[in-house]
Ligand binder design. Sequence first.
Ligand code: SF4
Ligand code: SF4
Ligand code: FES
Length: 321
Amino acid sequence: MQNFIFLIDRFDGTNSWRQRYEFPHKPGMTVLACLIHIKENIDPTLNFTASCRSAICGACAVRVNGNAVLACDTMVDDLREQWGEDTLTISPLGNAKVISDLVVKWDEKIHRLRKANTGLHARDEFSAHEGCRQSPEDMQAVSKQWDCILCGSCASECNKLSDDSTDFLEPFIYTHAARYAKDSRSKNPMEHVMDMERSGLWKCLHCMECVTKCPKGISPADDVALLRDLAYRAGCTEGPGPRHAKAFRTDLENTGRLNEVRLVPRTEGMTSAATKRLPFTLRMFSRGKLTPLEAARLFVADNKRVQDHDGLCRILEANRK
Ligand code: SF4
Ligand code: SF4
Ligand code: FES
């Protein structure tokens, strides 16, 4: 086997640079073991964070070739096989302010988590003496969300956060809210749903990066979907997000196919769609993606149903309950 070659993104508070480290291959080394080897034997100035070395504390998450992983739980040989190369590029987590080398600032993220999720408020019947008991089944219902170790991998790769973090929260914050909303001990589960409804819930892009990056198998995107469902059922049906969801469902109920020409006005309203989307529509016409005739046909007379539309309706009906 070739030597390990790490290209590490460095930052000293002022300057950024990429530094190359080469050291002998040893089978069974994790990314964290390599970082420790570099710090102890090659370059003591390299900074990174880690604690448990057992995939429990969440402190060691870094990016390898642009994808967040837990350094202590990721074998370098597996990565080299996955990427088909001996050189790996190690960077700090994305969507985070870098303090030094691979160390990122967590203060703002923790502040946002605390502000959005005030914790589990137990129902009144629980006493300090007896504690907050729940059945094994109820515990199972939220056990996945409780697995979150706040490693930040989901937030690192979240495309919505990269685009604009002012109107969206880190994916794990939605996961924490979902866990309180689903917990049988919660006094007022809906307070967690409504907090999220006011905090960008409908802005998720469904890119699924959070799902594929979570080292604990949690799906923040599913938690977003659960919170949306609860919010919608509780009457939060106004605004582009809920209207888009409703328009989506209406298309499926009507024909089984998405009709994007109708989807936009149903989501944004006729006037807004006609004015805001006009330049975009004209560009589509000019590039031959759509003709005015086809747009008109889709708008007024697109009623052809997909095969076995009844079966689809039965699925939608079952999902409504
Ligand atoms: S699915 Fe949503 S929450 Fe998850 S990474 Fe994409 S935009 Fe972020
Ligand atoms: S949801 Fe997963 S990826 Fe996100 S912080 Fe929690 S453990 Fe890490
Ligand atoms: S060092 Fe604790 S999760 Fe990696």
